[in-house]
Design a binder for this molecule. Structure first.
Ligand SMILES: [Zn+2]
Ligand SMILES: [Zn+2]
Length: 357
């Protein structure tokens, strides 16, 4: 079967024949029907997240269970499922304290699984490697969804939407009438924009370095699009009676944009970091401004969500028409076109590309 593989840091992406083991006890095989190209995959390619190589890419996908190993109780062949890149163990301290997104068993960017055509050990992204025709994963890494849910929407729920909606509803708990700024308008950023508007936020200021994102931002629910230039702080203040926003969301994963989000928030406001950045990328904050600004700075890991609980709820919202994911999808391609989608994402073009293998 075929998968999108990167051989080493910065190497070109190639579709390769790979071999996966048959599902062992507690494991399932899933035929992938739709997979998103997410910025975290780019962080695997450029080495920001320091995975092991050769590496099968992809962690945002949906498909159909084709085979189950022994002792699998969660799904049967034929089930439609979304893949979960952070399946909690349900046994550790964090899982026992209602914070399964911080599960002690999670955190490795890559997992050994299967082999290349030449027989070398292969690794898969976040336990999945979903930019592929098939995956073999533990049963707790699949979440059953109704078969009426389109695969494209289902795929997006697995990363961009669970992360974006969770950041707004669960991490920041945005309330009606609060002002919001969203810095960085990729798939996750646009998902934050839509969720903020749905939560009744006003204004919802969408910010990006690329003016081409303006139309996508307004379609996703932004009240205003602002260019991320040196006049940004003033533009944000002009729209918030001179104060800055109640909530600033950073959806890039860079020290400089976390600083931008920090400066966009009002005194006493909240800054939520959704983007995943590099360990040597520092954010300068002075002791005086931390005290004087009275802001809260925190991160949102996987939307502070429990995927087993929250993803089926999002699936219902898509089916009843209250959650529209169409504005997030800007391109569709096949596995052979996926490398080009990474190039577009690296250039900051479009929102999500869906790969239909
Ligand atoms: Zn992702
Ligand atoms: Zn756990």
């Amino acid at each position: 079967m075929r998968a999108l593989v990167v051989r080493e840091v910065g190497a070109p992406l190639r579709v390769e024949e790979i071999e996966l083991p048959a599902p062992g006890p507690g494991e399932v095989r899933v035929g992938i029907r739709a997979a998103g190209v997410c910025h975290s995959d780019l962080s695997m390619v450029n080495g920001t997240l320091a995975p092991s190589y050769p590496l099968a890419l992809g962690h945002e996908a949906a498909g159909v269970v084709t085979e189950v190993g022994a002792d699998v109780s969660r799904v049967a062949p034929g089930a439609h499922v979304v893949l979960n890149w952070a399946p909690p163990c349900r046994n550790c301290w964090y899982c026992g304290h209602g914070e399964p997104w911080l599960c002690a068993g999670l955190g490795s960017p890559s997992t050994p699984r299967g082999r290349t055509a030449a027989g070398d050990p292969l690794h898969v992204t976040l336990g999945l490697g979903a930019l592929a025709e098939e995956v073999v994963v533990p049963e707790n890494a699949v979440i059953p969804v109704p078969s009426a849910l389109p695969f494209e929407a289902a795929a997006l729920l697995g990363c961009a939407v669970l992360t974006g909606v969770g950041a707004v509803r669960r991490t920041a708990t945005v309330a009606p009438g609060e002002s919001v700024a969203v810095i960085g308008l990729g798939g996750v950023g646009l998902s934050v924009v839509g969720a903020a508007r749905a939560a009744g936020a006003d204004p919802v200021l969408a910010v990006d370095v690329s003016p081409a994102k303006a139309g996508l931002a307004i379609a996703a629910g932004a009240t205003d699009f602002l260019l991320a230039d040196d006049k940004l702080s003033r533009a944000v203040r002009e729209r918030t009676d001179g104060r800055g926003v109640d909530h600033a969301f950073e959806c890039v994963g860079r020290g400089s944009t976390i600083r931008t989000a920090w400066r966009s928030a009002r005194r006493g406001g909240q800054v939520t970091v959704v983007g995943m950045g590099a360990k040597d990328d520092l954010v300068p904050l002075s002791a005086l401004e931390i005290f004087h600004s009275a802001r809260t700075l925190r991160s949102s890991v996987y939307g502070s969500s429990d995927p087993d609980r929250d993803l089926p709820e999002l699936a219902r919202a898509v089916l009843d028409g209250t959650l529209d994911l169409a504005p997030l999808i800007t391109d569709r391609t096949t596995l052979d076109g996926a490398a080009e989608a990474f190039d577009r994402m690296a250039r900051g073009e479009g929102a999500r590309t869906l790969v239909l293998p």
